[in-house]
Design a protein around this ligand. Structure first.
Ligand code: ZN
Length: 294
């Protein structure tokens, strides 16, 4: 029985979980701070489940990173995680192999091992940002440096709004929660979280409705590009905006239907907010062997 620890560092909350034989034994969740706090949470978890040490630790984070070196480079969302050698520090603290990957790729691994268990699928998180992970033939597609599946940074409006990556018109800049909030500030003259914009759109506010429709059209366009490129068996969605899928979904699917050939199948994750945590725990079994020389 493999005893694995998953760590899912989120922009607002961090989750840690202890898994044995593919089962989540115990989990903890707390507002994201830095390395020291994550370290302590793992210690607490180990004493809770009575393990001296785990066999391996997998870490997912929503940040630019050097996967091979095991370093989180940090971003405005993660001020406590700038240039943190997370792999080296956890390996020294817990005496086991440690692996690091992008959070959306981890979520795809979570879906592969614990969720819908398709063999050819794309997982996309539609939330504050937009991220993705690709699984083909039951294997994760990593790309040359682990950045494959960065669907949020496909440019869909070359003259569109500035993205946090520095480019203009990325899918994320147009259709993410951040993009929706920015559109609301520009057009409605109010600083509103995306959730509130969606709530007002649902209630019939024409300005908010226009913003929601535009984001859904752009998101559907992104899904159509992914579909035409990979023809996945499933497109699996997670993230905060999918909580309003009953309202947003039909608009997304209408755009996707117009822009894609065939009949794309789009489903929601079964693992909710823990999809990234499950995937982080299974990351040690999927991390590219040739990169894991540590
Ligand atoms: Zn971008």
């Amino acid at each position: 029985m493999r005893r694995l620890i998953g760590v899912d560092i989120g922009g607002t909350r961090t989750r840690v979980g202890a898994f044995s034989a593919g089962e989540l034994l115990a989990r903890r969740e707390f507002p994201t701070q830095g390395m020291e706090q994550a370290n302590q949470a793992i210690r607490n978890l180990l004493s809770q489940v009575g393990w001296e040490r785990p066999e391996a630790i997998g870490v997912g984070a929503p940040s630019p990173m050097d996967m091979r070196a095991g370093i989180i480079l940090g971003c405005p969302n993660l001020p406590h995680w700038r240039n943190v050698k997370v792999v080296e520090e956890l390996r020294e603290a817990f005496g086991c192999p440690v692996y690091l990957a992008n959070d959306a790729t981890c979520a795809a691994i979570g879906e592969l091992e614990f969720g819908h268990r398709a063999r050819d699928f794309v997982y996309i998180t539609w939330s504050t940002g937009i991220g993705g992970g690709i699984v083909a033939g039951g294997r994760v597609v990593w790309g040359a440096t682990g950045q494959a599946g960065e669907i949020g940074h496909m440019v869909i409006r070359p003259d569109g709004p500035l993205c946090r990556c520095g480019k203009r018109g990325c899918l994320e800049a147009v259709a993410s929660g951040t993009g929706i909030a920015r559109a609301a500030e520009e057009r409605l003259g109010e600083r509103l979280p995306a959730k509130e914009v969606v709530a007002r759109a649902r209630a019939g506010d024409p300005g908010a409705r226009g913003i929601a429709e535009e984001a859904c059209r752009a998101f559907g366009q992104g899904l159509a590009i992914v579909w035409e490129l990979l023809e996945p068996e499933l497109v699996i969605l997670g993230g905060g905006l999918t909580q309003a899928w009953d309202y947003l979904g039909p608009m997304v699917m209408e755009a996707l239907g117009r822009m894609a050939r065939g009949k794309p199948r789009v489903v929601l994750t079964k693992l909710g907010d823990d999809v990234g945590l499950y995937g982080a725990a299974a990351l040690p079994d999927h991390f590219p062997k040739e990169w894991a020389s540590r």
